[in-house]
Design a protein around this ligand. Sequence first.
Ligand code: ADP
Ligand code: MG
Length: 698
Amino acid sequence: MIIPLSLQQSVQYLKGVGPKRAALLHKLEIRTLWDILCHYPREHEDRTKVTPVIKAHPGSTVTLKGLSEGFEIIPVGRNLAIGKVLLKDETGFIWAVWYRRTTPRYDVFANWDKKFAKGSSLWIHGPVERYHHETHVRVDEFELATEKSAIPIHMDRLVPLYPLTEGVDAKGFRELVWQTLQTYTKDIREYLPEPFLEKHRLQHLPEAIRQIHFPDTLAQRDQARRRFAFEEFFFLEMAMAQVRRTRHQNHSALACTPRRTYLTPFRKTLGFEMTNDQKKAVNDIFSDMAQTTPMNRLLQGDVGSGKTVVALSAMLLAVENGQQAVLMAPTEILAEQHFLTLKKFLEGLPLQWALFSRHLTAAQRRRQIQDLEEGRISLAIGTHALLEEDIRFKKLGLVIVDEQHRFGVRQRAILQRKAPNPHVLIMTATPIPRTLALTLYGDLSVSTIRELPPGRPVLTTHWTLEENAFAAVRREVEAGRQAFIVSPLVEESEKMDLNAAVAEWERLRTTVFSQHEVGLIHGRMKPGEKERIMTLFTDNKINILAATPVVEVGIDIPNATIMVILNAERYGLAQLHQLRGRVGRGRFASSCYLVADPKSNDAVRRLKILCETTDGFRIAEEDLQLRGPGEFLGEAQHGLPPFKVGNLVKDIDLIQEARQAAFSLYESDPECRTTEHLFFQKETARRFSGKLGLGQVS
Ligand code: ADP
Ligand code: MG
């Protein structure tokens, strides 16, 4: 789009804006007049109804209109003064009051007696209060109605409220927007093609800008928002469509076809049949990998749904085709767990795999790196740190990333340096709600495992008191099962809590659970010690494992049937769901006890949802509603531009329409020959070039 020259001028062109005010506006990223118009209100306050003075009841917030009966100042102590105007309308009188600090400026009410001289006509807006038998309005905002041409800006309308910064007052800013609109609206030209606007029922730009600031009705305001949101989504989806097209034109990946060298023996050692969803996922992946276009697929499925087996199949396919594969996990423990799984299923196959663990000696590590570089190691497992380090592959054909939401745009870029075009599979146990998947990963294909392997026991969740939870633990342990007790203490960073937590577990061990073996594991333990404890727990030498949320991922103890989560109110929904996925992995019915003291409605809602459902998809949707998309994926990592108007939760229909529009443009005109497509492509480049993996397009 082309911003009119007049609107590219500095804000200092406005009346009342000097260098000082301009500097304050810079803090809001506002430099030009156009920036002012693009600083949208966060909401509107309805001041269209004028209340007769006689109906101004304490406890309500009102807009009044009347005549001043004069102004007076009442000093209150040394630092405070009250300015008062007696306001009169046909129904009566009421005091309008302003409280002002008189230090450091003592003349805060200078000239107010002129401003509010008897007979001047004014609006006031604010809460009605009753104080010492006097009813008054504490003035939030006022506006004099005496100026000649005056249409009120701040009253008698839906009044915009802006996100502002200290030093920029609401009323002053509103006046700047008003001034800009009055003077420059005529310069604003629509730049989107008319048929496009019509097709998607979008307001015209000049109208939309006016309506988003000073709407005639709320419905008009919503129409204006819809236009801007649609624009945001549409160009983002255009970028997605473009990325996808570029990828589809890339044929540098290696096509892999099943050769049965490893896959067949692997299937035999599995000892179970894959579920239909698993088979479907494997098929999806295999048909992606049969192409020379690099795979870019997300595999989502709840904890325990059997993603690892699917991932292994993909890895073996790559290896059968002379490639190397790497599997990366977000934590060391999870990487170790994957390693153990690999060992279980691959033992006996004539191929080498290696864990790049923190605990390797320098010499071991050097040798592994060399084996990898020279292609002797076919499968490498490690944390995401594998990306950062100076590790090279001979022929990397497949990259699998576990726990997608911790895998950002930056890592992707680094990955490109290890191998130009590997197939990429991303796994997540935190299902991504449909909206987010569409928006964030317009370019990603998705396979979903919904069905759990057969014979999974029920998992019930209760929100209860600590003593009930501990009693349940005792019952399970006495029946020969094992328990997790999760407390949020002793994170890597919380040094001071360590002693307290250890003391607390000492107490539990010697009192409540004195009959049982209690082990403690936390993030600040030495790796060797951690392993020792885990082995004891695996062998049922420890009955109760007191743990910090390090158990979140990767621990597979089929005999563990009960988990107690203390201070459950401190966790997010997705995290609680992940945590409880550690139990119910064997053949016994299992339970999770949430001990919590929620302080907010949201926290209560989280706990209730967990007790209600074990459906990870429903939980993901709820989590998105509760926390918003930024929280969900880690703001900095998802690499998306922030939406100014669009809302990923509320605007799902709009997103879909925008996506449909963008993608069908590429379908109907893949070579970008039409003027319309060319225009949209240029605008997309202007907005996103260098971001989202888009090339620099001029
Ligand atoms: P995820 O990675 O999705 O959390 P895993 O792949 O670790 O799940 O699988 C959980 C457990 O279920 C593992 O012990 C795995 O061997 C087992 N498993 C996976 N698929 C099946 C299946 N189709 N039938 C029986 N057990 C399975
Ligand atoms: Mg897993």
